[in-house]
Each structure stands twice: as structure tokens, then as C-alpha cells.
Write a protein that binds this ligand. Structure first.
Ligand code: SF4
Length: 281
């Protein structure tokens, strides 16, 4: 597959497949129709913290301290808000903005209590990985950080700005780690020895050491998810699923469960989504 095809072709991601399991209609509106959920303080806080934790490693080890991180936070915040008026519109009161910035700084401080970036030399940061499953389904993901041990063992690290999940939500987090394990293997980078979710909200780390048979099982599971999506594309039936997360759904104003009208699927959108399995010639 050429580079231009790789960027043109649609692909499943950990987030899109997790959205599919959460609600088929939400998946359709975002990944088929192309609606974008508007930024909100929680997602924007995550974007800013991720930018700081990526760029702290631009500095020499001795400079990777809290002081540098705080100046990076200020610079990244200025850059993000200067280029997108939607960010500015989120805060109409200065007190709310100051509270939000205090939360960002607290999450960055939490990171420094969990890891010492002066002792780490990431192999990669914010790495875009493209691959195909053995049955030809395109998969893609941005990996926050990859560490490589002297013996070549790989550790995938993903930062979360929320708290570690309660037991009933654990499966969703494992889904992401399994997805990344498959993605790395299929990209020819090897099955990671360890995957880690770092929850800055409560200072806890969730670790999963994937075994080859678990990666095989997940690949099979992902194929089943794709078959469900393909079936929905062919029938046009994407069912809404009312649940507590509806309160935070960014496409709720197009959801019939709440008395709203679902728009028609845009022309050509189904064909483009199906490139996930049928790569363009
Ligand atoms: S509001 Fe709920 S049911 Fe409707 S699309 Fe969003 S997640 Fe699905």
C-alpha cells in the first residue's frame, strides 16, 4: 500500500470501535457522516495535557522538570486557543477558565509524581501506526509513547486525564490496550511486552501484558465488529442505544431517542467507509 493510499483509506481505530460498541448511531454520525463532536472542557483539557507530555521530551533530560512543564503548558495553551475560536467560546467567564487551567496544571503535576521523565528516553511519541489485519481490515492508531528496553522489549504507554475505571468500565480500557497490541503486531513492530494506561486523574496505572493468543483472539473479535459495521452499511440500519453516556454525547441533537431528526447519510460516505476492508485500487 502506498503512502497516499494509507492516508486516503479509512481505518478502524480503538476509539471508533469502542464507539461502535457504545452506540451504532453515534458511530454512524461521527465516522460515516463525518460530524465532529464540538470541543468541550474535558476533551480540550486532555488535548492540552497530551501536548505537554509529548513535548516535555523535546528537552534534554536535565530540563524535564515541573518548571519546564508549566511553561510548556502556558505556551501550548496560547497556541491552541489562538488558532481555534471554538476553544475560546467554551469559557465565557474568566473564573471558569482559571479553574480549568488549574486542573490542567494539577494533571501535569500528577504525571511528575507517577513518572520521572528525566530517567526515560522514549523510542517514539505520538506515533501514527497504520496496519491491516490478516483478513485485510485497515487499522490505525496514534500511540502516545513507545518505550524500548535494551533487550528490544516494547512498552506502549497511553495517558488518560480521567480517573482509573470502575470494574464495570474496565473492559473498555482493555479494548484499547488489546487494539494497540494487535496494531503493533500487524505493523511488523512486534507484540508489545507491556501496555500501560496512566491515569493522571487518580495517579493509578493499568497494566496489560498481552500474550500472542490474546492478540489472535482480539483480531477475531475485531473481524466480528467489522462484519457488524459492514452489515449496517449495507442495510442502512444504525441503531441508537440510550445509556448514561448519552448525557455527554456530542451528536445528541441528531438523535431520535431525544426527539431529534437523523440526517440522511451523505452520498458516497458508505463507499468510503467500506474502503476499510476493500482498499481503493
Ligand atoms: S444520544 Fe445516546 S443514543 Fe443518541 S446517538 Fe448519542 S449515544 Fe447514541
Amino acid at each position: 500500500m502506498s503512502e497516499s493510499q494509507a492516508t486516503r483509506r479509512k481505518a478502524l481505530s480503538a476509539t471508533s470501535t469502542s464507539t461502535w460498541k457504545q452506540c451504532q448511531l453515534k458511530f454512524r454520525l461521527i465516522y460515516l457522516d463525518g460530524f465532529r463532536e464540538p470541543p468541550n472542557p474535558v476533551t480540550t483539557r486532555g488535548t492540552l495535557v497530551h501536548a505537554v507530555l509529548e513535548h516535555i521530551y523535546d528537552y534534554q533530560a536535565g530540563m524535564r522538570n515541573l518548571e519546564t512543564a508549566k511553561s510548556l503548558t502556558a505556551a501550548q495553551y496560547q497556541e491552541m486557543f489562538a488558532k481555534d475560536p471554538e476553544f475560546q467560546a467554551m469559557f465565557t467567564e474568566e473564573s471558569a477558565l482559571n479553574q480549568w487551567l488549574a486542573e490542567v496544571n494539577s494533571l501535569v503535576e500528577s504525571y511528575f509524581q507517577m513518572e520521572n521523565p528525566q530517567r526515560l528516553e522514549p523510542y517514539a511519541r505520538e506515533l501514527l501506526v497504520d496496519a491491516e489485519t490478516s483478513s485485510g481490515i485497515a487499522i490505525r492508531g496514534f500511540i502516545d509513547r513507545i518505550d524500548k528496553a535494551p533487550n528490544g522489549a516494547i512498552r506502549i504507554v497511553d495517558y488518560k486525564t480521567g480517573k482509573s475505571p470502575r470494574p464495570q468500565y474496565m473492559e473498555d480500557k482493555l479494548h484499547q490496550m488489546r487494539f494497540y497490541s494487535l496494531l503493533m503486531r500487524q505493523a511488523g513492530r512486534g507484540v508489545p511486552a507491556r501496555t500501560q494506561l496512566v491515569f493522571l486523574g487518580d495517579g493509578k496505572t493499568l497494566t496489560f501484558d498481552p500474550q500472542p493468543e490474546q492478540v489472535d483472539a482480539f483480531e477475531h473479535y475485531l473481524t466480528q465488529i467489522w462484519q457488524q459495521i459492514e452489515h449496517a452499511c449495507n442495510t442502512g440500519n444504525f441503531y441508537p442505544r440510550k445509556q448514561p453516556l448519552c448525557n455527554w454525547c456530542g451528536v445528541k441533537e441528531m438523535c431520535p431517542v431525544f426527539g431529534n431528526t437523523v440526517p440522511d447519510i451523505p452520498e458516497g460516505a458508505v463507499e468510503q467507509l467500506l474502503t476499510i476492508h476493500n482498499a481503493p485500487a
